[in-house]
Write a protein that binds this ligand. Structure first.
Ligand code: NAD
Length: 293
């Protein structure tokens, strides 16, 4: 099976290396030539969009957002122009599920199947090959390509038809953002009331309020560590997609709207490159405290 991968950023580059480790024939492309050369040094071929479209059985993308995937696949010199019936497109980017469905509909006109397969786990899990894939698309297409995704992930779950993968990713991003906000708000209350947030964390982490998010982000808030992790600007992108999708399907998302405003405030204060746990800085600004310090 010949694989093409377009998008070799923080995530795409280690994912490409894991595909190579599994001995697939891989051709790669990116606007960043240094990234392309780094993956070529591990055994990948370098190709144009035309070469990838014409020659690869499966075309993968790992790009920032919906406009990038639409432009690369459906734009003037988009990959779709060079693909033919029987090939498969798998988009691993986190994009708007409405866009996933639009791209799938265009590809279907040429007899090309599509899966939307965004991931969670971030760079460390991309390097380890232990990402979690949330996949949308036909069952038979999923079954035929699960092994390919398993070269990059420890968990590969089909959530429904095309768009279901990115809908699941939006649900994930809403839960993570609101959970971080709740932790920051609660720790601020504790500190203002004279109770050490570190002790609050120790006391409640094993109970119902405990969460993977709290375990990862509470120590960062308490230490004032804003090194990403997952950047505020990427979370703004995901929540914009969540709000857009929610408005399209008629789902009320007031919590998402509120935390998005906090993220936008942080972006405006040059914190867009901070880890999303820096939501705590919003509360610190309002109350003139430093959580846990
Ligand atoms: P990134 O910005 O590091 O990489 C994107 C890559 O796409 C860059 O190398 C860029 O040069 C390339 N690119 C952009 N436009 C292109 C074009 N027209 N043609 C060819 N290449 C092009 O982003 P990332 O962190 O790797 O994230 C990729 C996707 O994965 C995003 O949707 C993101 O939300 C998602 N994601 C990221 C993380 C994370 O922790 N970074 C975790 C889970 C999911």
């Amino acid at each position: 099976m010949k694989i093409g991968l377009i998008g070799l950023g923080i995530m795409g580059q280690p994912m490409a290396k894991n595909i190579l480790k599994a001995s697939y024939d891989l051709t790669v492309s990116d606007l960043n030539t240094a990234a392309v050369e780094a993956v070529a040094a591990c055994g990948a071929k370098i190709g144009t969009k035309e070469e990838i479209g014409k020659s690869c059985d499966v075309v993968l993308t790992m790009l920032p957002n919906s406009p990038h995937v639409k432009s690369v696949m459906l734009g003037q010199d988009g990959v779709i122009n060079f693909m033919h019936q029987g090939q498969v497109f798998i988009d691993m980017s986190s994009i708007n599920p409405v866009a996933s469905k639009e791209i799938a509909a265009e590809l279907a006109k040429k007899g090309i199947e599509m899966l939307d397969a965004p991931v969670s786990g971030g760079e460390p899990k991309a390097i380890d090959g232990t990402l979690s894939f949330m996949v949308g698309g036909k069952q038979e297409v999923f079954d035929a390509h699960k092994a390919l995704l398993e070269t990059m992930g420890a968990s590969v779950v089909r959530c429904g038809d095309v768009g279901a993968g990115n809908t699941t990713k939006l649900a994930n991003q809403i839960i993570v953002a609101c959970n971080i906000q709740a932790v920051a708000e609660a720790f601020t209350l504790a500190q203002k009331a004279g109770v050490d947030p570190q002790l609050v964390f120790e006391a409640i982490k094993g109970g119902l309020a405990g969460s993977t998010v709290m375990n990862a982000k509470a120590p960062m808030m308490i230490a004032g560590n804003d090194q990403p992790g997952f950047k505020i600007d990427l979370h703004i992108k995901d929540l914009n997609n969540a709000l857009d999708c929610a408005h399209t399907v008629g789902a009320p998302v007031p919590m998402t709207a509120e935390v998005q405003e906090i993220l936008q405030w942080l972006h405006g204060r040059n914190c867009g490159d901070n880890d999303h746990s820096a939501i705590a800085k919003y509360y610190e600004y309002l109350t003139d405290i430093k959580i846990g310090r």
